[in-house]
Unconditional design. Structure first.
Length: 270
């Protein structure tokens, strides 16, 4: 059984090596947070999702430092006040946060404490509604340690967060083909890179997020993209996907160096 307890007020997490089963799939903590299992290619791991309100100011700062280090590594950017503010907003101006501790997988169980070890992955998100009470999750940020990009952490975070809430529609804004690929592994994704028709409801959700949540004045609802959103590439090094064909088609739709972005809407596969 995975040990999910408390050390000095800090939730503990367990990581199992491949082949060792878990007797839980989800467990509530203090009525506010939940533990989720992620069956990654590295082994079955436990993620922790919670709202910032369960953390005092000191723990919030510890969490920020861990996530900021992960973001710097993933975006290949130097430290800077603007980047720090952007990361802080993407963490704390959201309804929930989900983190995955990053540790080795020795024989048996290896407990690690959040706040004392670096993170493998992180997601932050808001719960929103569209026309006719159509609920969806807007992912404000999804970050995975670059060394783990081939191990399905991003797609599993999206999948397990959606499953745990019962919400089957998720939205993300990005200029990263890796993020598109992560959504595509677990969701039916729009816009299609093959030019398939975008259903009216999906198009409406994308436009709702672009206009009312992200305030994108030049958003093209037919393509679900905007030219020059960020005015530049937001990555220090242009992201590369393992699938050259996916990357090529993605970059035919947006110009990363110009700062373009894409709104992605995913419908969870059963």
């Amino acid at each position: 059984m995975v040990e999910i307890g408390i050390d000095n007020g800090i939730p503990r997490f367990g990581i199992r090596k491949p082949g060792i089963g878990l007797s839980i799939s989800e467990r509530k903590y203090m009525g506010k947070g939940k533990a989720l299992t992620l069956p990654t290619k590295r082994g079955t791991e436990v993620a922790w999702k919670f709202s910032k309100e369960i953390l005092d100011n000191e723990k919030q700062e510890e969490l920020f430092r861990d996530i900021y280090d992960l973001c710097q590594k993933s975006f290949c950017l130097e430290d800077g006040s603007e980047f720090r503010k952007d990361v802080r907003d993407h963490i704390f101006e959201t309804h929930e946060i989900c983190i995955v501790p990053f540790g080795d997988v020795p024989e048996g169980l290896s407990p690690v404490c959040f706040g004392t070890d670096r993170l493998a992955a992180f997601a932050s998100y808001n719960f929103l509604s569209y026309w006719k009470n159509k609920d969806f999750i807007y992912f404000s940020g999804i970050i995975v340690d670059p060394s783990l990009h081939r191990l399905n952490y991003g797609s599993l975070l999206v999948q397990e967060v959606m499953r745990s809430t019962g919400i089957k529609i998720a939205v993300l804004r990005t200029q990263n083909p890796v993020m598109y690929g992560s959504f595509a592994k677990t969701c039916k994704v729009f816009p299609s890179l093959d030019g398939k028709r975008i259903p009216g409801e999906i198009k409406g959700i994308g436009e709702y997020v672009a206009r009312n949540v992200l305030h994108m004045p030049n958003y093209d609802s037919q393509e679900m993209t905007e030219k020059g959103t960020y005015h530049r590439a937001i990555y220090g090094e242009e992201p590369v996907h393992d699938d050259p064909e996916l990357e090529k088609k993605f970059k035919e739709k947006i110009n990363i160096k110009r700062g373009d972005s894409m709104i992605i809407v995913g419908i969870l596969r059963e």
